[in-house]
Design a protein around this ligand. Structure first.
Ligand code: ATP
Ligand code: MG
Length: 197
């Protein structure tokens, strides 16, 4: 029997996906010798109920465009196709069923990692996947209170890019070239995303 594979999971709203996401995923893929990194765009994110999030299909397609050239990257639509709010714990349970015998590495930026401890099912999450926290400008990456062995913290090249910022730039008529992949710039224009109301 072949040994289990090492699979990275990069969850996100990806509204839009940007080079910060891609650099983080690529660094973790190489450092942890992952066979594959699965990008999992959220359906209706409960954390972001306060603002209107772009259609799941648009966010899914931008993620496909951005990752298409990397043979180790792929995109899953399991959350996109769900018509109820998404919880990371449900997704990890589903991935455990889809990839039995494989090791899962859930990749998060320092900001998202900080929230993990406040998640209701934090203990359960650590039994489903190994967590990899990556640096993100403006957020502290510290390991206080984190259960030993369940979480790794790594430094990735600093990319001071956020989706919020990209949306604000498009809305203000400023360019997002080189913050997001070229195909994503073109997709945003084609679909008229992030225009101000
Ligand atoms: P928003 O501004 O809308 O919250 P975002 O840029 O934070 O968007 P998300 O889709 O919320 O992007 O993030 C998905 C994951 O990617 C999270 O774990 C987040 O911490 C991580 N991430 C986002 N941007 C970066 C970055 N520049 N460097 C490292 N990690 C990042
Ligand atoms: Mg975010």
């Amino acid at each position: 029997m072949s040994e289990g594979r090492r699979i990275g999971v990069m969850g996100g709203t990806f509204d839009p996906i940007h080079h910060g996401h891609l650099v983080a995923a690529s660094e973790v893929q190489v450092r942890f010798e992952l066979d594959e990194v699965l990008f999992v765009p959220t359906g209706q994110p409960w954390q972001k109920a306060s603002r209107s999030v772009s259609a799941a299909e648009d966010r899914y397609l931008m993620t496909v465009i951005a990752t298409a050239s990397n043979p180790r990257f792929s995109v899953l639509r399991i959350e996109v196709d769900r018509d109820r709010p998404t919880y990371t714990v449900d997704t990890l349970h589903e991935l455990r069923e889809l990839y039995p015998g494989d090791e899962l590495y859930f990749i998060t930026g320092a900001d998202a990692l900080g929230q993990i401890l406040s998640w209701r099912n934090a203990e359960e999450l650590f039994t489903l996947a190994h967590f990899v926290g990556v640096t993100r400008p403006g957020y502290q990456l510290h390991d206080r209170h984190l259960p030993g062995g369940a979480v790794s913290l790594i430094e990735v090249p600093a990319m001071a890019i956020s989706s919020s910022d990209c949306r604000a730039r498009v809305c203000a008529g400023q360019p997002v070239w080189y913050l997001v992949p070229d195909g994503v710039v073109q997709y945003i224009t084609k679909r008229g995303l992030y225009h101000c109301d």
